[in-house]
Ligand binder design. Sequence first.
Ligand code: NAI
Length: 344
Amino acid sequence: KLTSLDAPGYEKVVYAEDEASGLKSIIAVHSTKLGPAAGGCRMFAYPDIEAAKTDALRLARGMTYKNAAASLPLGGGKSVIIADPHKDKTPELMQAFGRFVESFDGMYTTAEDVGISVEDIEEAAKFTSYAAGLTKGEYASGDPSPVTARGVYLSCMAALKHAFGHDRIEGKTVALQGLGHVGMYLAGHLHEAGASLVVTDIDAHAVAQARQKFSARSVAPDDIHDVDADIFAPCAMGAILNANTIPRLKAKLVCGAANNQLADDAAGEALLEKGIVYAPDYVVNGGGIINVSAEILKITDQKWVDQKVEQLAVTTDKILTKAKALNASPHKVADQFVDEILAQ
Ligand code: NAI
């Protein structure tokens, strides 16, 4: 059963309920101005439909900005499934989701996000041709994480001169939070380039690995904000830049992979006031969606991906240059940059 949901400013938002499989899901398409909408599917035990809708809308809009900032011919959309990924997931549920995606007739392409694995998407893909992030098939793009890490690393290099007046990473200390799929690759790039690493994770194995491979020092998860570092790289969860953490930061530059790093607008302003350069999250972490978009757009030329990822660093540089000139917070300048692209 499909129900259209009211969402001003969005092109199409639909709630689907399928009794047989237990599927309860929302697909939100924010904008198709630049192309068909693309964005992952999140599975989470939302307390109610309203909470799921709020998240879907926020995430879908975020994808419009991320895709535009990465100069991809794709719009913004996202889907959520109301279910506990540890308990409720079945092949039937994902197949029903696949049929729901198919009902958008190409207006929206899905992929992995929090709570959804490659296997889940492959289950959905049995019933829709609008699913990406697959490991099998002619255009399969595989794990996006190394590409995301490379984009963050290159953007970090481009941001150095804005924070330090020069672009040497050797000898700089990076406090890195989260050694997961992206964080571990990013640690590798930074180590290779001559940076010292102070890392943290709630997963002791990941920490041990980083200590061994990259001669990293480690601290307890809650102490990462107090580390005497030049650069802070958040690669775990969102809203990590907030009224509690910002006063504790010693770094002059924040550049990491995590989505939605700023708890709110005030956090962006607080960083500016403290003289900390903030490389906007959705600009620097666009490598993953660039990699997935090659699959969506049926592009096999690796150079296309590489160039787009390198371009993220150029965009970061542009945004930070403009932010400095205006004495404005880079996250606002990034939003304006995208708004201008969308207005064209
Ligand atoms: P992941 O789940 O593989 O890694 C996250 C890591 O953070 C895990 O090792 C986890 O143990 C750790 N962690 C969780 N809570 C923590 C805490 N309180 N303190 C320290 N460590 C903690 O996720 P992944 O794929 O590496 O993504 C990291 C971030 O980057 C997420 O915010 C994600 O949304 C974002 N991102 C990821 C992309 C990708 O290609 N994988 C693309 C764009 C954004």
